[in-house]
Design a protein around this ligand. Sequence first.
Ligand SMILES: *[C@@H]1O[C@H](CO)[C@@H](O)[C@H](O)[C@H]1NC(C)=O
Ligand SMILES: *[C@@H]1O[C@H](CO)[C@@H](O)[C@H](O)[C@H]1NC(C)=O
Ligand SMILES: *[C@@H]1O[C@H](CO)[C@@H](O)[C@H](O)[C@H]1NC(C)=O
Ligand SMILES: *[C@@H]1O[C@H](CO)[C@@H](O)[C@H](O)[C@H]1NC(C)=O
Ligand SMILES: *[C@@H]1O[C@H](CO)[C@@H](O)[C@H](O)[C@H]1NC(C)=O
Length: 380
Amino acid sequence: MISKYKLTIGILLILALIVLYEFYYGTLFARKPGLLNRETGLFARKSGLFATEPKLSVEGSKDKYFVYSCRRGMVCGGWGDRQKGVIAVYLMANATNSQFRIEIEKPCDFTSALQPKSFNWIFNKNEFINRSSERREFIDGHGRELRDKLTKDNITEHFPRDVSYLTINSEFSHYIRQNKLYSQNLAWLKDLSMAETFATIWRDIMVLSPELQKRYQQFVTTQVTGKKLICAQIRIGRDPNNADFRDDFPIMNLDKISQVWNLFMKYNDSGKYRIFLTTDNGDVRTEAIKRFPGKLIEIDGPIGHVDRGPETEKTCDAFKKVILDQHILSTCDVLISSWSGIGRHAAYVRGKETGLYCLLRDRDLGPCNFNSSLFQPSNW
Ligand SMILES: *[C@@H]1O[C@H](CO)[C@@H](O)[C@H](O)[C@H]1NC(C)=O
Ligand SMILES: *[C@@H]1O[C@H](CO)[C@@H](O)[C@H](O)[C@H]1NC(C)=O
Ligand SMILES: *[C@@H]1O[C@H](CO)[C@@H](O)[C@H](O)[C@H]1NC(C)=O
Ligand SMILES: *[C@@H]1O[C@H](CO)[C@@H](O)[C@H](O)[C@H]1NC(C)=O
Ligand SMILES: *[C@@H]1O[C@H](CO)[C@@H](O)[C@H](O)[C@H]1NC(C)=O
């Protein structure tokens, strides 16, 4: 039998422990956190971010960074692949209350094309002096392996260093959202589709650089001139005539493209429509110019592969063109997407699923939506 005396001591001890724990960690009783000062190092991010985060997690208590990294000389994948990587690393940072940065210097510094919007993600290596760090690459199969693990595992245990530089080229959102350890921080994802997740993050964190913003405005006023935009993103892949694409995967046969011309034909009226076509293939472009004179509008710049091309000024111009092309695709009234992250992501940001068409190597051009296996692999 426990005596009354021992029971009282026990209760007092437990109470004292609760008070101490609450004092140090403040996690026992959910409440809105007082926003801690940056100098304390406890909450190093801006206030709005913690509005629904009732507890101070251990991970949020130090300056931990996730950096999407694509440096010169590395294999990172093309622009669509990199966008997937940026979203994946953003979500890891978001789940763990860490800071997020982007370092893309191949083929050139990409802040010449895109800049931060809601918070500063610009990479500054001076920030990381005296911090432990590691670089890891998860390309293709390695990324798919990691995303499977992150449906359950603790992210910090995979990436314990202060700064993790990660190179990823796969879609992670659908996986990481399943991780129960982060259900609170990722609660905002719960009701978002993969498309909405991408679009929400992209619109929130990216704006065109002043240079591209200016080119975009010019394009709208001098080329679009208030007409409806009928667009296609046609990826052909392997191309013996362009060194950048000589070793790319064959994505589509050129003879399929007549289906695109047939659809465009319905809009061959310069009083109402403009046709905007982006492609990785010079022959497709030439053919479009020939077929739709005075209706086809374009962004200047070379066709190049941002990952396979040489790290030169020309590839940098191709990089800026891809980013501006994709931005315009996201504003189209009608959009034909092919097997390409660039087209897919443009469609996500465009948002609506009306006027969306898909063209694949082994399927005819037809209407599609985000759920359709024409649009993206069903095993995502
Ligand atoms: C996570 O991202 C969402 C959407 O951008 C944002 O609302 C939220 O504040 C972020 N949370 C953290 C901890 O960064
Ligand atoms: C890094 O650590 C060294 C040695 O401890 C110190 O002298 C230096 O000031 C530190 N630099 C920064 C930027 O904190
Ligand atoms: C993840 O692991 C770290 C280190 O072991 C721990 O501090 C943290 O609380 C864990 N996070 C979650 C969400 O369980
Ligand atoms: C589109 O219309 C122009 C005349 O405005 C014509 O020259 C051209 O052949 C037409 N293109 C197609 C593909 O029908
Ligand atoms: C796509 O699938 C989601 C969930 O399975 C569903 O809520 C949505 O209505 C579907 N959209 C279309 C256009 O079929």
